[in-house]
Ligand binder design. Structure first.
Ligand SMILES: [Fe+2]
Length: 222
């Protein structure tokens, strides 16, 4: 085995470890936890939410500025649909961190979140279209999110979108931070033509939505 191959092998082993022992990710969780502790039980007014989203976005931007920490099993695409892996759930369910993995050509339906969210692009790109309710629903924006960039969603400032892999045939990976436990929140998918909303609960690809703390990918086959 060449030196490069050995180094790659060691790197792969490291990336299979529990996220609890991954320094870069652990620092990120500790920073968001401190922000949540400081925020307390809620916001008063839109300005406070804006400040919160800015703080979380800056922290997330630092996390995705280096792509050396995500376990390979948390970036594994599914052949038929996008994947959402839980990386961390705050013990008090104040926030969750997930990896979204898009195979080539994969996309979400039009959906909402009913909570705040910060999206940070780790690998590749995402194409995001925003909509307003209506019959039919109205497209209000379309943007490409590139590596290192962040986006936000919130019921106050725009919560309905459709997201697709924005690369030309590559796997794309983004890190999402949401208020609450996004895997068990009841939210909605929308029919574009009629605006009709249907309830859905996303769950996670790797663990039950009752899971708390750092997810471990150490024993997952890749
Ligand atoms: Fe979304």
């Amino acid at each position: 085995m060449s030196t490069d191959a050995i180094r790659q092998d060691e790197s792969n082993e490291r990336r299979k470890e529990s996220l609890e022992t991954q320094p870069r990710f652990r620092l990120f969780v500790e920073q968001v936890t401190r922000l949540a502790d400081a925020k307390g039980s809620g916001w008063v007014g839109e300005k406070a939410e804006e400040d919160w989203l800015t703080q979380v976005s800056e922290t997330a931007k630092a996390l995705v500025s280096v792509d050396d920490w995500l376990p390979i099993a948390a970036a594994e695409p599914h052949s038929d649909h996008y994947q959402q892996y839980l990386l961390y759930c705050d013990p008090q369910e104040r926030f969750t961190v997930t990896s979204f993995v898009w195979g080539p050509g994969q996309r979400t339906p039009v959906h909402d979140h009913t909570t705040w969210g910060v999206i940070a692009m780790l690998r590749g790109a995402e194409y995001c279209q925003r909509f307003e309710p209506g019959t039919p629903m109205r497209l209000t924006a379309a943007d490409l999110l590139r590596e290192g960039e962040t986006d936000v969603v919130s019921p106050a400032s725009g919560d309905i979108h459709r997201v697709a892999n924005g690369t030309d045939g590559e796997v794309a990976v983004s890190i999402h931070i949401y208020g609450g436990n996004i895997g068990r929140i009841v939210r909605h998918v929308f029919a574009l033509e009629t605006g009709r909303a249907t309830d859905f609960i996303s769950g996670y690809a790797n663990v039950d939505a009752n899971y708390r703390g750092y997810a471990s990918f150490a024993d997952r086959t890749i």
